[in-house]
Design a protein around this ligand. Structure first.
Ligand SMILES: NC(=O)c1ccc[n+]([C@@H]2O[C@H](COP(=O)([O-])OP(=O)(O)OC[C@H]3O[C@@H](n4cnc5c(N)ncnc54)[C@H](OP(=O)(O)O)[C@@H]3O)[C@@H](O)[C@H]2O)c1
Length: 282
């Protein structure tokens, strides 16, 4: 089989790291988009040592900085002819409200807006590679509501789980809108829940609530290797085009929330996101 080219965010830890390792074992050429290049270089060496796959590359990309996302996309466009798989995996929950240098709430930018820009900026490569775009969402989307009026959380009281639930719902809106808008260009798009996984994710909640949540969920956590399985499945299983736009759990089609099918909301999110990143798409 011809070498597949995969671009992945958030591979320096947890689910993304195991996903990158598994795909390296399957001979994918892998571009690790990382905010910390020292961590990225260590990961690259580790993957090469474990798999003997030398087609592993590190590209600086901080999703909390739209200029950095744009530069990462430009670097990939200068190096690659096409991309076959884009895995928008990086993400997290933030116990305290934080703003990015672009002026957006951190959960929104890292989990959604940065990936929106990355995907749009890479579109020529994705079209050439007839790519699958895989968005790592979460069952937490089922508690999410789309509150478009106050995305920076200026007016309402910040809640980490509310912000997280909303952006994981946005991951599904983005998946469905992308599948709809780019099917005729050969792009397919999938969302997934990886399971409840033992990773650095839980430390993001912070404070007493973080410790309590981690204590309560810890007996039920699966390993990061298990948590990577659905992403790896979506990246490698042949003949998935007919299932484009769907949501997966444990490598199977799963029901996402009724709200996640709301067409007006997904189109609204698309339009807002496009506007917010417009100066990086010229
Ligand atoms: N763990 C779970 O139970 C669970 C459940 C459902 C969904 N998920 C989703 O799974 C995905 C992976 O999370 P994980 O559990 O593997 O967590 P993790 O171990 O905390 O990994 C998060 C990854 O995202 C990267 N990242 C964070 N902020 C970034 C930024 N500004 N720019 C670029 N990269 C950034 C981190 O980079 P650094 O190494 O530099 O920090 C790390 O590589 C997330 O989208 C999460 O929402 C996780």
């Amino acid at each position: 089989m011809a070498l597949r080219t995969t671009v992945i965010t958030g591979a320096t830890s947890g689910i993304g790291k195991e996903t990158a390792l598994a795909l390296a074992k399957k001979d994918h050429a892998i571009y690790l988009l990382v905010r910390n290049t020292q961590k990225g270089d260590r990961l690259k060496d580790e993957i090469i040592a474990q798999t003997n796959n030398k087609n592993i590359f590190v590209v600086k990309c901080d999703l909390a900085d739209l200029q950095s996302v744009r530069e990462a996309a430009d670097e990939l466009k200068a190096k690659l002819f096409g991309v076959n798989v884009l895995i928008n995996n990086a993400g997290g929950i933030f116990g305290e409200k934080q703003m990015t240098k672009d002026g957006f709430e951190m959960t929104f930018q890292v989990n959604h807006l940065g990936h929106f820009l990355l995907t749009m900026a890479l579109m020529p490569l994705l079209e050439k590679g007839q790519a699958r775009v895989i968005n790592v969402s979460s069952e937490a989307h089922k508690r999410g509501k789309a509150e478009f009026d106050d995305l920076p959380w200026q007016q309402k009281k910040y809640s980490a789980w509310k912000a997280y639930g909303m952006v994981k719902l946005f991951n599904i809106y983005f998946t469905k809108a992308l599948a709809e808008k780019y099917a005729d260009k050969g792009i397919s798009s999938f969302a997934l829940h990886p399971g409840v996984v033992k990773t650095e994710f839980w430390s993001g909640i912070g404070g007493f609530l973080g410790k309590l949540t981690t204590f309560l969920v810890s007996p039920f956590l699966i390993s990061a290797e298990e948590g990577a399985q659905t992403t790896v499945y979506l990246a490698t299983e042949p003949g998935m085009d007919a299932k484009s736009c769907q949501y997966f759990v444990k490598k199977k089609l799963a029901k996402s929330s009724i709200l996640s099918w709301n067409e007006a909301n997904r189109n609204k999110l698309w339009d807002i996101s496009k506007k917010l990143v417009s100066k990086y798409l010229v």
